[in-house]
Ligand binder design. Sequence first.
Ligand SMILES: Nc1ncnc2c1ncn2[C@@H]1O[C@H](COP(=O)(O)OP(=O)(O)OP(=O)(O)O)[C@@H](O)[C@H]1O
Ligand SMILES: [Mg+2]
Length: 296
Amino acid sequence: MSTSTQTASATSQAKGAPLLEARGVVMRFGGLTAVDHVDLTVHEGEIVGLIGPNGAGKTTFFNCLTGMYKPTEGEVRLAGQVLPPVPRKVVVAGMSRTFQNIRLFANMTALENVMVGRYCRTTSKALTSILRGPKYRREEAETRARAQELLEYVGLGHTTEQLARNLPYGDQRRLEIARALATDPKVVLLDEPTAGMNPQETREAEQLIFKIRDSGLAVVVIEHDMRFIFNLCDRVLCLVRGAALIEGTPKEVQSDPRVIEAYIGTGDTEESEALEEALHEHDEIVEHLDDRPKEA
Ligand SMILES: Nc1ncnc2c1ncn2[C@@H]1O[C@H](COP(=O)(O)OP(=O)(O)OP(=O)(O)O)[C@@H](O)[C@H]1O
Ligand SMILES: [Mg+2]
């Protein structure tokens, strides 16, 4: 199958063991319940979409998964181990992320930004680093080489020495993905990876995420672009006012009238119109896939 026609449905049979398991996650801010008893299981080799109207609690849920917030209730496990709500420990355990509001080191180069992600896997202690002994120099060279490799992997091989703040917006988003990959994650969480991208960049981002999945990682992705989500994901979870409205295959989610209602209910007509259009288009994708000859 050519990559340009690749869809998640074609590979959804290949999913592996449960990797990320969130159970009964609740996040309250005073009287507001931003995340309301949400469960999510992500298997090895799976791409899972997280959708929902503005303010539904998607980013807050990511913050609970990655230790940025300590959930009011609930538990998050990675490969069977309970994750402590401490960002650095979560990264070391094997889960990394990108941010809705890009968080790069603006005055560092693209390469240095990726190297920062790598430092959670290096072992040089402070004294070795200060003295710049042979072990430090070897690790630093390895870190640099791996960072350059990752820049090339995300299509930014030409940006090595450019300051992050001078990169176009779409490239900054890809640089964040490279930094997340530098931590050697088992699962990577992407918060609106195509926000602000043009259609061509969005297609490239889609191919990059398939490539990441094909390299053996699990991916959870938040997006408002429904075409992107339905084409990319094996499963989709829709949150509304903090709670899970529906979880299922793209086909199941796109045919559930409550999903459109949830978007219309926000008064965001532009988004709900785009959603309806995408749902219709996805119908055609699914039908086309169903026409493929069945394997014995
Ligand atoms: N630190 C915080 N303190 C208080 N309220 C918060 C905090 N973080 C998020 N919220 C609230 O929680 C709710 C969910 O916000 P969140 O950012 O998770 O939504 P979202 O689904 O990511 O929305 P969007 O699609 O606009 O990014 C909102 O009402 C928001 O105002
Ligand atoms: Mg958000």
